[in-house]
Ligand binder design. Structure first.
Ligand SMILES: [Zn+2]
Length: 281
């Protein structure tokens, strides 16, 4: 599932192709996405201009003239393919929504599993509605720091891994980047949130930011379905310290894998956590 770095990469790709452009035509092949596409969708947006593209958590927010925002969530397998003005559009089976812009470019939302969706919201209140009303701070923004995280974790009996996946505590993180940030911070994924010391929560916020920035630079991580808007792949998966590396040596240990077993895996809330038992306590 795309996390913050992948969504940010997609946002940047859309922005490059569509900023300032007018939506000339919208073709909807399927309305029954995870949430059905609004009946007003085509009418509200045709003829309007893409004025800005931002991101909140794992969502791309397209700000559109006429008082609307379009909220895009990629779900598990969602992709945005972009066709340049001089490029011929090649249809695929799961192309659900196609935007044709005034310069002839096309933005195509493709999603075989249909866990993704597009919401049409009013510009003035989208942040006050779910899921944004309860969403925690942006990890790359100024609001996120060691003190804020410490307050949010205080007294919690949930494992730190589970807490960091909770979008109300911090926005945009998923399984990959939580595992990687905890590894870099030397904190065991099963440690109770309330037992994370103030200095550790300070270091953890720094490592969360660093791993996200590194991943954005690499265009995200490509594991299964994710690819960039031009069809190319992110490559941060080659920089993983622990994620999906069970039994392998972790990059910062000189221990003998045959003796230690290398990177360990445990299941928490139904999802795999990867960690180094030697570095993470
Ligand atoms: Zn290690």
């Amino acid at each position: 599932m795309p996390e913050l770095p992948e969504v940010e990469t997609v946002r940047g790709g859309i922005e490059k192709a569509a900023l300032g452009k007018i939506i000339k035509e919208i073709t909807v092949n399927r309305r029954d996405l995870r949430f059905p596409l609004s009946e007003e969708f085509e009418e509200a947006l045709t003829g309007a201009r893409f004025e800005n593209f931002t991101r909140r958590g794992k969502y791309v927010i397209a700000h559109i003239s006429g008082g609307h925002v379009m909220v895009l969530h990629l779900g598990m397998s969602g992709r945005v393919r972009i066709f340049a003005p001089d490029q011929e559009y090649t249809a695929r089976k799961h192309d659900h929504v196609i935007f044709t812009l005034d310069d002839g470019a096309r933005l195509v939302f493709e999603d075989p599993r249909r866990f993704g969706y597009i919401l049409l919201r009013a510009d003035e209140d989208w942040e006050a509605l779910p899921p944004f009303d309860a969403m925690g701070p942006e990890p790359l923004g100024n609001e996120f720091n060691g003190d804020i995280l410490r307050v949010k974790l205080k007294g919690r009996k949930t494992p730190i891994k589970t807490a960091l996946l909770d979008q109300r505590i911090v926005a945009g993180l998923g399984n990959i980047y939580v595992c990687e940030a905890l590894y870099r911070a030397g904190i065991h994924p099963a440690r109770l949130s309330g037992k994370v010391k103030p200095a550790e929560s300070e270091a953890l916020t720094r490592h969360i930011r660093d791993v996200l920035k590194d991943a954005i630079k690499a265009g995200g991580s490509t594991l299964r379905d994710y690819q960039k808007t031009d069809g190319s792949l992110g490559y941060f998966q080659y920089s993983f310290g622990v994620y999906d590396r069970e039994g392998q040596a972790c990059p910062d240990c000189d221990c003998d894998v045959l003796k230690t077993g290398g990177v360990a895996r445990m299941v928490q809330s139904g999802r795999s956590s990867y960690y180094c038992a030697r570095r993470q306590k």
